[in-house]
Design a protein around this ligand. Structure first.
Ligand SMILES: Nc1ncnc2c1ncn2[C@@H]1O[C@H](COP(=O)(O)OP(=O)(O)OP(=O)(O)O)[C@@H](O)[C@H]1O
Length: 240
């Protein structure tokens, strides 16, 4: 289980996160909804170890990872721009995390990368370089590479923000499927209410440096600050 306790962060005296605390059970996805500039990226980077918090702790399975280097946390941070290695093919990108594991044979690495490509429906793209892929395909490779690193926590920072509406919708469905199959624990941040609802099975709302948590849609709907009830009213009015 992930346990975040009293995380605070300021930039030049401006407090962006104020005593943020939440828990996340294994195999669950916490969707964090928040306006642009609300501190979502700052929070994820702190959990990933890419930024240092001013105070607070991050525990995973009761182990304090707050002081660990990013590469030792087994946490993968993914954002809008898939940071694929441009000089490697899709196959090379997928094999990269597997090659770091010195116990795997060459054949095993090849097989695992090919199986993942199959699962991601990019098996026909294995010999291409990242520059030759569409946005959706790049993001699939990005996910595949992240999953092959066997992270204990996946941090998703508006990963579909750069995709057109249709590709975005298909990536949401695709990710939910992959997430279930691989039993992933993840935090998904977005400023898109609908996306937050689709992706999460726990919900958070980040505003003014504080997070409110909801364990169900009904709970989130009751809190007018989230805008969920307004959205529902809008669709009802359209319906007539
Ligand atoms: N390195 C920095 N130095 C100073 N201020 C920063 C720095 N990084 C972020 N900020 C400020 O902290 C606040 C939170 O930024 P953050 O990127 O975490 O927000 P966000 O919710 O992820 O926004 P978006 O949805 O637009 O990506 C913003 O007001 C931003 O200007």
């Amino acid at each position: 289980m992930l346990k975040v306790t009293n995380i605070s962060k300021n930039y030049s005296g401006v407090e962006v996160l104020k005593n943020i605390s939440f828990d996340l059970q294994v195999n669950k996805t916490l969707s964090i909804l928040g306006k642009s500039g609300g501190g979502k990226t700052t929070l994820l980077k702190i959990i990933a170890g890419l930024l240092r918090q001013d105070s607070g702790e991050i525990l995973f399975d009761n182990i304090n990872i707050s002081e660990k280097a990013p590469e030792l946390r087994k946490v993968v941070y993914l954002y809008q721009e898939p940071l694929l290695f441009p000089h490697l093919t899709v196959r090379g990108n997928l094999e990269f995390p597997l090659k770091l594991n010195k116990t795997l044979s060459k054949d095993m690495i090849k097989r695992k990368a090919e199986e993942m490509a199959e699962e991601l429906s990019i098996a026909d793209q294995l010999d291409k370089h990242p520059g030759q892929l569409s946005g959706g395909q790049s993001q699939r490779v990005n996910f595949g590479r992240a999953l092959l690193a066997s992270p204990r926590l996946l941090l998703l920072d508006e990963p579909f923000g750069n995709l057109d509406a249709q590709t975005r919708a298909s990536m949401q469905t695709f990710y939910k499927k992959v997430e279930e199959e691989h039993q992933i624990t993840s935090i998904f941040v977005t400023h898109d209410l609908k996306e937050a609802l689709i992706m999460g099975d726990r919900y958070g709302f980040l505003e003014n440096g504080k997070i409110r948590e909801y364990s169900s849609l009904a709970e989130m709907q009751k809190d007018s600050i989230t805008g969920l009830q307004n959205e529902i009213n809008f669709w009802k009015e359209l319906e007539g």
